[in-house]
Design a protein around this ligand. Structure first.
Ligand code: ADP
Ligand code: MG
Length: 652
């Protein structure tokens, strides 16, 4: 309660303050700055969706601002529409073109995606420039602001309109970003593979996020058009884009407040550059912030000496420049570069990241309250497994070039059993898992689930068919908390359609999701770590979290790829217990495991692979004595000796 009061209170106060300024200050210049602040606020919230939440370098956002502005301008000048339809059109243009750009480009990663968005930006400015008949080309497009419900808007009136839009966008975005949509955006940034494997379509969410962000860019463009009432294609070029990125990064990614702080910076930058005193103060403050964070980072061993020093030097150069350089405007690009560099290196979480840590401590903001866990029976009801095969691999093959990683494998897995899959390193175990779970297409062969072919080659489809897996090389969503990691994967809880989520009316299912996720964390022994970010968990805890997250799929079949790898002995024992508890729910488990004692303890049947082929199958006791198995592990026939487990590879 206190938490909500503090957070929403701060929002209310900020917005009320912003809204009341025109009542006290009638300076038109201040009002113009405030109006721009509201518009850029919307623009940066949109940019933050792709840059912050999706973690993509988006260099095309400025194009959506421009296209939105022109769309609104043309709606008014050419077609005589009013302001509301024009703004809706601006948003729609951003949304649709954003989706169209995202469809092909979001398959791209990193630099390629950045280039695709950059080309889109170049293309749209050129088009705006060259389509003279429509846009007026380089001459520009003049428009007059249409009346608002029959009345001319005064400057404060227009400002309040923009602010109201910002508040609306703020509230809707806060709701959607705090929902399973927002978590999916962040999950796919941290691990697209795991996002897919948890049945949350990466591609679908990427396109949705990009369209959403671009739609906000378009809306901001519409307001921009009505604010300046004159548009030129040159306004929407790379220069502005760099400033926008600077705004998001400096303000703080993944934060609405950060977007607002960033927008303030973007609005004030021109003044900073033209006013010597202001510039010196700004550079001085920046320098101090870098010194503080640098020293702090060194003490907490978060930064290496050079990482701490470089931003201080960069900001120092800015301070120096403030006294030496006559005309700071001429140096604007150099100044932006220095600032961007300092922030990226020295303040990666941005100003809001820096401030929020400080503010949470100062105001003693209590952590997110957690509900009581749901009962385990309601989350994972006990299934009575039928006495029949559940999964059948039929002559499965997977080659990588000349490497026959899996070479004609036929295995039958009985419902409700723990089926061990063992074999020396490189014998093809992980490849089998990757084929079953849809990460790789098989070269040949079939996998049948309850007699029906699994839709191979698609992680999402296999996940939806009821198969969940963990990864040998952990694939957690590092920036999300343990609880959120599980919530991303949770099946059968999120039913509310997007409009309800936007309006914040999906509160009940969020509570339910939290309660269920807590139950699963408790099952794997991580309830106390619910609020810890996955990347900050111990290695052992991360292994357990992957199991908890896979269970959130409430799967019929759970595939664990070396879940005990690298675990300390007490953790191995704990894991055995956890796996037994999971089996008691009637779940079928495929377990890849190196420790023979774990295999003996847990498995009903064990299949032994070597060179991608099945060399033995049976109960743990029989395969342990099988000479072929011993040979595969040791390279020569040798009876198992007491003490050393024959199935531990000697080199491991
Ligand atoms: P295991 O999990 O039993 O240790 P893997 O399934 O990881 O074995 O690997 C089996 C063989 O397939 C190894 O020779 C490995 O080098 C090869 N392999 C696995 N994945 C790939 C891949 N993506 N590309 C090329 N070769 C691969
Ligand atoms: Mg492996």
């Amino acid at each position: 309660m206190k938490r909500l009061l503090l957070i929403h209170g701060a929002e209310l106060i900020a917005m009320a303050l912003l809204g009341s300024i025109p009542l006290f200050i009638s300076n038109p210049y201040v009002l113009a700055l405030l109006t721009l602040l509201a518009i850029y606020g919307i623009l940066l919230i949109g940019l933050d969706v792709t840059v912050g939440f999706l973690g993509q370098v988006n260099l095309g956002h400025v194009a959506f601002l421009g296209l939105g502005a022109y769309a609104a301008g043309l709606m008014v000048t050419r077609f005589g529409f009013g302001m509301i339809p024009a703004l809706l059109a601006a948003m729609a243009v951003g949304f649709i073109l954003g989706a169209l750009l995202a469809l092909p480009s979001l398959r791209l990663e990193g630099p390629q995606f950045a280039l695709a968005t950059l080309s889109f930006a170049a293309l749209s400015t050129t088009a705006l420039n060259e389509l003279e008949g429509l846009t007026g080309g380089a001459q520009g497009l003049s428009l007059t602001r249409p009346p608002w419900f029959g009345r001319e808007l005064t400057p404060p009136g227009f400002y309040w309109l923009c602010l109201a839009m910002l508040v609306l966008v703020w509230v809707l975005m806060r709701n959607v970003l705090a929902s399973h949509w927002g978590r999916a955006f962040e999950a796919l940034r941290d691990s697209p593979i795991a996002t897919d494997a948890m049945g949350v379509g990466t591609y679908r969410h990427k396109v949705a996020a990009f369209a959403l962000g671009s739609g906000l860019g378009g809306l901001a463009g519409g307001l921009y058009a009505f604010n300046f009432q004159y548009l030129q294609p040159q306004s929407f070029t790379y220069d502005l884009m760099v400033i926008l990125l600077l705004g998001v990064v400096l303000g703080g990614r993944k934060s609405l407040w950060g977007a607002l702080v960033g927008a303030t910076l973007v609005v004030l930058l021109p003044n900073l550059l033209s006013n010597h005193t202001l510039f010196r103060i700004f550079a001085g403050v920046g320098f101090l912030v870098m010194v503080v964070t640098g020293v702090q980072g060194l003490i907490r061993k978060r930064l290496r000496p050079f990482q701490a020093l470089a931003p201080i030097v960069a900001m120092g150069m800015l301070v120096l420049g403030g006294f030496v350089v006559e005309n700071t405007e001429n140096w604007r690009k150099a100044i932006f570069s220095l600032m961007l560099f300092s922030v990226v290196v020295g303040l990666p979480e941005g100003l809001m990241g820096f401030l929020s840590e400080f503010l949470t401590q100062a105001f003693k903001v209590p952590p997110v309250p957690l509900p009581e866990p749901a009962t385990l029976d309601s989350v994972l009801p006990v299934r009575i497994p039928e006495d029949s095969p559940i999964l059948v691999l039929e002559d499965l093959k997977r080659y990588f070039g000349g490497v026959k990683a899996v070479d004609g494998l036929s295995i039958t897995i009985r419902a409700g059993s723990i089926h061990g899959l063992i074999g020396p390193n490189g014998s093809g175990k992980s490849t089998v898992v990757n084929v079953i779970s849809g990460l790789y297409l098989p070269t040949a062969g079939r996998v049948l689930l309850r007699g029906k072919p699994l839709p191979l080659g698609s992680l999402v489809k296999v996940a939806k068919a009821g198969v969940a897996r963990t990864f040998q090389n952990l694939q957690l969503f590092g920036e999300l908390t343990a609880l959120e990691n599980v919530m991303v994967a949770l099946r059968g809880v999120y039913h509310s359609p997007l409009p309800l989520v936007l309006l914040g009316l999906a509160y009940k299912e969020e509570q339910k999701a939290r309660a269920e996720a807590l139950t699963l964390l408790e099952l794997v022994g991580l309830r106390e770590e619910a609020r810890t970010k996955a990347k900050d968990l111990t290695y052992g805890a991360q292994r357990f979290l992957e199991i908890g997250r896979a269970l959130a799929r409430k799967p019929e079949i759970l595939i664990l790829d070396e879940p005990a790898a690298g675990l300390a002995h007490p953790d191995v024992l704990k894991q055995i217990e956890v796996i037994q508890r999971i089996q008691q729910r009637g779940m079928t488990i495929i377990l890849i495991e190196h420790h023979m004692d774990v295999v003996s303890e847990l498995c009903d049947v064990v299949s032994v692979l070597d060179g991608g082929r099945l060399i033995a199958e049976g109960s743990p006791e029989t395969i342990k004595r099988d000479p072929k198995v011993v040979e595969a592990y040791l390279g020569q026939p040798q009876p198992p000796t007491g003490g050393i487990s024959p199935l531990e590879p000697l080199t491991a």
